[in-house]
Design a protein around this ligand. Structure first.
Ligand SMILES: C[S@@+](CC[C@H](N)C(=O)[O-])C[C@H]1O[C@@H](n2cnc3c(N)ncnc32)[C@H](O)[C@@H]1O
Length: 204
């Protein structure tokens, strides 16, 4: 039964990836080890507001739901139509919201739908395919303004992107004072996970 469910998620992911590779940027959902590495730095016991950018198949989303405190608010952004609808079916609970929205509009959406102001997010967890996006624009216009001063930003990068010459650390260094790196071999493909603290310019 579990294997069948995993198979379904995998096939659905590959299907979407073939159709929208530039948005999804991956061929498989994140492995359990990768998910653990992504969420292990989230301050679940104190976080009041957690965002996820790019819920996809829900691998990371499900783990956030499991670990978060019930009174915290969790909001997941997913642009892909099919992923959004399946997340809506599986991800439910008090103070949990899945939005069919573009992350490049997250600040406006949070303000208009939830009256969430800038500087009020404890943690943003992103598995967006950053090398296919205008990532610095996202950091400057959405991530930095939304985060609390001691907020945490988590972003991963596939080793394939690294081999293709993409470098994430120098970009993150421009915006955060502390970057911690983890490497997850058991993921398709193996992945670097960056946990960033110390928002250099919260007022951008
Ligand atoms: C690498 S996949 C996420 C993988 C996910 N963690 C999983 O294990 O299934 C990236 C996701 O980001 C979403 N995405 C890409 N650009 C986006 C945007 N501008 N706004 C919202 N979601 C976006 C894609 O649709 C895709 O689901």
């Amino acid at each position: 039964m579990r294997i069948r469910k995993f198979e379904n998620i995998f096939i659905k992911f590959i299907n979407e990836s073939v159709k929208h590779f530039k948005e999804i940027g991956s061929i498989a959902p994140d492995s359990a080890i990768c998910v653990d590495s992504i969420v292990k730095s989230v301050p679940f016991e104190s976080a009041e507001l957690i965002l996820e950018y790019g819920g996809g198949s829900g691998a990371v989303t499900g783990e956030i739901i499991k670990r978060r405190e019930p009174e915290s608010t969790f909001i997941c952004f997913e642009k892909n139509n099919n992923f959004y609808h399946s997340l809506r079916q599986t991800i439910k609970g008090p103070n949990i919201f899945v939005l069919h929205e573009d992350v490049f509009n997250s600040k406006n959406v949070l303000l208009s739908k939830f009256n969430i102001q800038v500087g009020s997010v404890d943690c943003i967890i992103s598995t967006l395919p950053w090398s296919l996006l205008d990532f610095e624009e996202l950091l400057e216009k959405e991530v930095l303004p939304l985060l609390k001063e001691d907020g945490i930003f988590i972003q991963y990068m596939y080793s394939v992107a690294f081999l293709n010459g993409f470098r994430l650390r120098p970009i993150l260094k421009k915006y955060f004072t502390q970057i911690d790196l983890d490497f997850v071999f058991f993921n398709i493909p193996p992945t670097f996970v960056y946990t960033c603290r110390g928002n250099r310019n919260p007022n951008i």
